[in-house]
Design a protein around this ligand. Structure first.
Ligand code: CTP
Length: 392
């Protein structure tokens, strides 16, 4: 993708370097347009080295290439990071007396704006009005965050973290190919109570499920996320139901699935629960040197979903396996999809170091016939994108 990053003159310009770097590392062609004020905060060689492209700031350079409009015309998305109050006012007014102004005016691409300024400037009616104008034109405003500002002051006005800005930029250019579809996605790991303070759980963090929900929502789907003990942030656009045990997860999932087009069971569901939950905390003096817990099988939610499948409903299961050998792992996956009879099975290896908790994942997706239909490795967000490509 061709991404133009407009860097303007605020102290947060140093953080723009991280935004540019993340976009380049994600494989995009990044062109920086810096204002003269920005170059007082961060050096042109830094921006060129990090973006791996020449950095332009002069309106009258490259006239033969009609650069003042060419960059805007070629951009798939433009991001202003940081966007000062002055730049926001200029963009809202449509001023075109510098290269950044002409680039933005000549573009029909999505515009992502990451404001950075002092709280008083952010709250000033002029800025409030300018931001409303940009929003009304479809600009995506990321932040600002609240926190310590450059002086001793703190409050709203800090530029959002580079990761959040990058996510917004990539979300702005996602296809809306899941519009109109209703997704139910489970995430996290269930906890089966032993007594009022203890449980049997697993190490699933819910990150892959939340990534699926995030990308599905960004691609236009209506998403219900059923989260079992997840403690990672979930975008506001996603209706979230929090549950704890496998039986709560089952109830919430069956209810939501009754009107869903797609159900994705990314949650790690306990296979066994305690037969009885102690009413009060188990005591060593009473239990003695050994404690036996009697466990009974939980309901297989995925199997029940499949047995109640609505017409045209797609059901996706996950297989978390510790098998180290790739061929054996696939065999286990094939046996599992045959047993579960879902439409797709996402096979991933889990273990002490893999799968659970991290930011990255590596998966192989099987169809009902047991054929490999997709393999993906990378961030859980990019893996989510590849999985959703199978479901549009
Ligand atoms: N699953 C479920 N209900 C359960 C257990 C698992 O719905 N009680 C779902 C999981 O959400 C996942 C799929 O079934 O989508 C496979 O889960 P997994 O733990 O890999 O397989 P199991 O069927 O539990 O088999 P085993 O643990 O013996 O490999």
């Amino acid at each position: 993708m061709n991404i133009v990053v407009g860097v303007t003159g605020g102290i947060a310009a140093y953080k723009a370097v991280s935004v540019i770097r993340a976009l380049v590392l994600a494989g995009h062609d990044v062109h920086v347009v810096a204002t003269d004020a920005a170059l007082r905060f961060v050096g042109l060689p830094t921006l060129e080295a990090i973006s791996r492209n020449p950095v332009h700031h002069e309106l009258y350079d490259g006239v033969a290439q009609v650069r003042h409009v060419a960059m805007g015309q070629a951009a798939d998305v433009i991001v202003l990071a940081p966007a000062t109050a002055n730049t926001i006012a200029r963009v809202a007014a449509g001023l075109a007396d510098d290269l950044l102004g002409t680039t933005i005016l000549a573009s029909t691409a999505p515009l992502v704006v990451a404001p950075a300024m002092h709280t008083e400037m952010w709250n000033n009616p002029a800025t409030v009005h300018n931001i409303a104008t940009l929003r009304a034109r479809g600009a995506i405003i990321v932040g600002p965050a609240s926190g310590q500002l450059t002086g001793s002051d703190s409050g709203p006005g800090r530029m959002s973290e580079p990761d959040d800005i990058v996510r917004a930029v990539l979300a702005a250019v996602r296809p809306r190919d899941l519009k109109g579809k209703r997704f139910v996605i489970t995430a996290g790991g269930t906890r089966e109570p032993i007594d009022p303070v203890r449980f049997i759980g697993n190490r699933s963090s819910g990150r892959q499920g939340v990534a699926l929900a995030t990308v599905a929502s960004e691609r236009g789907a209506t998403v219900t996320l059923i989260g079992a003990n997840i403690d990672i942030p979930v975008p506001d656009s996603i209706a979230t139901i929090m549950v704890t045990s496998s039986s709560e997860l089952a109830d919430a999932t069956f209810e939501a699935a009754a009107s869903a087009d797609v159900v994705i069971m990314a949650a790690a569901v306990a296979d066994y629960r305690t037969e009885a939950i102690a009413e009060s905390k188990l005591k060593k003096e009473i239990e003695g040197d050994e404690l036996t817990l009697r466990l009974v099988k939980t309901e297989d939610i995925l199997a029940t979903l499949v047995s109640r499948r609505r017409r045209n409903q797609t059901i996706v299961g996950f297989a978390a396996e510790t098998e180290p050998n790739d061929d054996r792992l696939l065999e286990l996956g094939r046996a599992k999809i045959e047993r579960k009879d879902c439409d797709f099975l996402v096979v991933n290896r889990v273990g002490w170091q893999e799968g659970f908790g991290g930011d990255d994942n590596s998966v192989t997706v099987l169809n009902r016939a047991g054929d490999i239909v997709m393999k993906a490795s990378g961030t859980k967000l990019s893996v989510a994108s590849h999985i959703l490509d199978l479901l549009n």
